[in-house]
Design a protein around this ligand. Structure first.
Ligand code: MSP
Length: 478
């Protein structure tokens, strides 16, 4: 693979980052780092979704203008991603002129397709979703079951996109593999939704001021989802930027399972109408609950990934989220589970292996690195697992080797060998160093800081007794 363009969804700026937004960003980061180290030209995009009623109202509630409000929260996302070691190449904000101009240009193309028409729509709009919702989707109290708010009855003049024309061609593209949706269960869900018949969608809103004006009807703004999807292309410098020519189509959009209709139906249909190539793949991950409950504003149970990173370290947060939850399935976060993995997998597993080995070298070889030998274990299967986005399996596989190495130390008792059989001691240590170096290499996309600590310690002129990689929690200041 010579180029790899990967994206995360762009996050609404109605709220600061939480573990639910950190999760896809970390997952995408692992892939970006992996492909970069494999030599591909990687472009990794993330950003913020800043227009629409939802943001307009959140800003008003905070007593700010939408612009001030969006600036503040967008900065929080950018700084959170730095702390979490996210290696994005670009960060797009939908209020940037580069986005607004590219969207206006593209809408002209879309309008020219003949698939855009003027009409009137009456329906229930959920601002939390930024989407019209069906009466049958409401709960028994007539509320949106997710946001627990009453949807608004709107009767509006809108511009529409003829989504209904695209069912068959989308089915063909999906079934033929030109447009891949993973996991399979999500592909099935999309296909069955298409099969029920697609309805046209409104692509403009007459009463939303905080948005991009429609080029041909300035009384309306573009429907926020339509312009948000286009971020994946506007950020590359559509229509004639170098990055656009080099990187589009995207190799992978990482999205949550709740937004697959937008990414797997509306987005490719808009692209087909505009005669633009389709992304190669959409992968939909599951949801993270907290202590078995859905993360919600009303419960106030959102977990701040930065607080976790401060206490346990960024790499621990990255490791936990991808190790604990099979990518594609729902999973549960709890501090107890995180602390257990910290103590078990990290401090007692990897941390212990590293400090035992470095200490043995410091104390018995005068800190001199042993001669370089081949790793006793082959970890090349890990590359395939990462490419298949099986992050939890990748980490489990790496930890098998960590467990093996710790056991090998227990059994060979190198501290005794050092006196009894220095030659054999040298061989045991050399092979453990080779294995740990291999482990660090495979771990680098997931835990960049830890991998670098291991690499630099093992390649030092003089290897010394190291600081613990994962200090005991009770020894840490809270
Ligand atoms: N702005 C839209 C996306 C536009 S992309 C062109 C949006 N924003 S969001 O901030 O609400 O959600 C962004 C992503 O975070 C979604 O993919 C969503 O699935 C994900 N998550 C938000 N909460 C989550 C969990 N609790 N667990 C896992 N992912 C979740 O939708």
């Amino acid at each position: 693979m010579d180029k790899f363009y990967i994206t995360t969804p762009i996050y609404y700026v109605n709220d600061k980052p939480h573990i639910g937004s950190a999760y896809p960003t970390i997952a995408a980061d692992v892939l970006a780092r992996f492909y970069r180290s494999a030599g591909a030209a990687v472009h990794f995009l993330t950003g913020t979704d800043e227009h629409g009623s939802k943001i307009e109202r959140a800003a008003a509630a905070a007593g700010k203008t939408p612009r001030e409000f969006a600036d503040e929260i967008a900065a929080k996302f950018a700084s959170a991603w730095k702390i979490l070691e996210i290696s994005n190449d670009d960060f797009i904000r939908t209020t940037e002129s580069r986005h607004e101009e590219a969207v206006a240009e593209w809408l002209g193309v879309l309008k020219g397709s003949g698939k855009v028409y003027e009409g009137e729509y009456q329906g229930l709009y959920c601002v939390g979703h930024e989407e019209f919702i069906k009466e049958s989707d409401l709960n028994e109290k007539g509320l949106c079951p997710e946001h627990l708010t009453k949807p608004e009855l709107l009767k509006e003049k809108n511009w529409f996109f003829k989504l209904s024309d695209y069912g068959q061609i989308l089915t063909e593209k999906i079934e033929g593999g030109d447009f891949q949706i993973e996991p399979q269960s999500r592909e099935n869900e999309v296909l069955s939704f298409i099969n029920q018949g697609l309805e046209d969608i409104a692509i403009s809103r007459p009463n939303v001021k905080w948005g991009i004006p429609l080029p041909w009807d300035k009384d309306q703004t573009v429907y926020v989802w339509v312009e948000a999807l286009f971020n994946y292309i506007s950020a590359l410098g559509y229509p004639d930027g170098e990055d656009y020519k080099k990187y589009w189509p995207a190799d992978l959009h990482v999205v949550g399972k709740n937004i697959i209709k937008f990414h797997c139906i509306i987005w490719p249909a808009l692209l087909l109408a505009s005669k633009l190539p389709l992304p190669k793949k959409v992968f939909a991950h599951g949801f993270i609950n907290v202590d078995k409950q859905k993360i919600s504003k009303s419960l106030g149970n959102a977990v701040d990934p930065l607080e976790l990173a401060e206490k346990y370290g960024t790499d621990t947060v990255r490791y936990f989220l991808l190790r604990e939850i099979p990518f594609g399935q729902d999973g549960d976060f709890s501090v107890k589970k995180l602390a257990a993995r910290y103590e078990g997998d990290l401090a007692n597993g990897l941390g212990n292996l590293f400090s035992r080995l470095a200490t043995l070298i410091a104390q018995n070889l005068d800190g001199d690195a042993p001669e370089v030998v081949a790793s006793p274990k082959d970890l090349s299967d890990v590359n395939t697992l990462i490419q298949e986005l099986k992050f939890h399996e990748t980490l489990a596989r790496i930890w098998e080797e960590i467990a093996w190495a710790n056991k090998y130390i227990d059994e060979t008792k190198p501290w005794e060998l050092a006196k009894k059989d220095p030659k054999l001691f040298g061989e045991v240590i050399a092979s453990l160093v080779a294995l740990l170096s291999e482990i660090a290499l495979k771990l680098a996309p997931f835990m960049p800081e830890t991998a670098e600590k291991i690499r630099s310690a093992l390649s030092a002129e003089k290897i010394t007794k190291p600081e613990p990689l994962f200090p005991r929690l009770n020894a840490q200041a809270n």
